[in-house]
Design a protein around this ligand. Structure first.
Ligand code: NAP
Length: 344
């Protein structure tokens, strides 16, 4: 912190509008430096020094009051530097929803209910950025959604869309460890090779250059048992046709929607009846009491290299966050992308 004793310098990112159908490139963002009074926290609130931002397929903004620009929020890791909340004491390591800024105050119930004190699971031998990815909200979502909704059985076949992304990578590996045949799709040949060669997927295809139905039939001639949907586009129509009796669709992500692309409007929902398919959505925030169980099981696998993960850590100022975001949305990176703006 700089400026006077009662003031500090904050750097903030604003977005001017959300373009239709394309990812916002850096021209939509503006970074400003402001001097602010140190916050006086209300009960339950925390003040966080932000350190490592997680780039996720969606950002949170607010143009509701006719604002010409909005602050941008995502998730990230920081250090609690002031607190009126016993769950997040001063000095603890924080993960949760933070605005793209150097320091954040969190006092809304919703923000705090999506936040985690990482100290309960922090493995100092691993890079902090893994708590944005494989050992963070993404990893926890996959681990919990698969065990809660998947009913995975050895010998079954699972198909994962956006398989080279943060959630997809772990979903494939956890399913493989339980003896399933794992098929994934991704948006480049390099990612497809990575899924097969590095992560041990049994089959993978490039959904941008191959017909999904043909590719899936070739990869799973006996049909699929589980579709782990991270995209929520019309791939689900193909999956509904190819799912076996008692198949499951686990809907976890909506990448197509985040980018204002066409979302799922399946015309063959009758398959749910005919094949007794279970089609279920999952949202992680209801299950936050399970974080420690997740870390107990998955941290040793990550440490031993039994679960692999691919992530990119970019270091720089807050303007780098906005620049990186565009390339990230275009599929320019494999796996988790984090931007480090400060040490903890
Ligand atoms: N339900 C929950 O509780 C929960 C929790 C966490 C995350 N999520 C959701 O899970 C989804 C996946 O998250 P993630 O962090 O793992 O994202 P991600 O896969 O890392 O997202 C980026 C990748 O998405 C792919 N992509 C973008 N648009 C696509 C499209 N229209 N069709 C197919 N692939 C597309 C791109 O890869 P390609 O090169 O392969 O196209 C890009 O690299 C997101 O929707 C996220 O919001 C849900």
């Amino acid at each position: 912190m700089s400026a006077t004793n009662n003031q500090f310098t904050n750097i903030r990112v604003f977005i001017s509008e959300i373009p239709e159908g394309v990812a916002p490139n850096k021209s939509y963002f503006r970074t400003v430096t402001v001097t602010e009074d140190k916050p006086v926290l209300e009960d339950g609130a925390i003040f966080v020094k932000n350190a490592v931002f997680s780039l996720d397929p969606y950002i949170v903004y607010d143009f509701s009051k006719g604002n010409k620009e909005s602050s941008v929020a995502g998730f990230g890791i920081g250090k609690i530097i002031d607190s009126k909340n016993p769950t997040f004491p001063v000095g603890s390591t924080f993960f949760g929803p933070i605005r793209w800024e150097s320091y954040s105050v969190l006092n809304k119930e919703q923000e705090l209910s999506q936040s985690v004190n990482l100290d309960a699971g922090l493995d100092k031998e691993l890079p902090l950025s893994v708590y944005n990815g494989v050992l963070g909200l993404s990893g926890f979502t996959v681990w919990d959604s698969l065990r809660r909704l998947g009913n995975l059985k050895k010998g079954e076949t699972i198909y994962i869309s956006s398989a080279a992304g943060t959630l997809g990578q772990l979903a494939g590996q956890l399913a493989k460890r339980q003896g399933l045949r794992v098929i994934g799709s991704a948006g480049s040949d390099e990612k497809v090779t990575f899924l097969k060669k590095e992560l041990g997927f049994d089959a993978a295809f490039n959904y941008k250059t191959q017909d999904k139905r043909e590719a899936l039939i070739a990869a799973a001639p006996n049909g699929i048992d589980i579709y782990y949907d991270l995209v929520f586009d019309n791939t689900v129509e193909v999956a509904l046709d190819l799912l076996n009796t008692h198949g499951r669709i686990i809907t976890v992500g909506a990448l197509a929607m985040h980018q204002n692309q066409g979302i799922a409007v399946p015309r063959n929902l009758i398959n749910i009846l005919m094949k007794q398919i279970r089609y279920e959505g999952y949202v992680v925030y209801e299950y936050y009491d399970q974080w420690e169980a997740f870390w107990t099981e998955v941290t040793p696998l990550v440490r031993k290299g039994e679960i692999k993960f691919d992530e990119t850590l970019i270091e720089g100022g807050l303007d780098i966050v906005a620049e990186t975001y565009d390339r990230f949305l275009q599929g320019g990176y494999k796996g988790k992308v984090s931007v480090k703006i400060a040490d903890l």
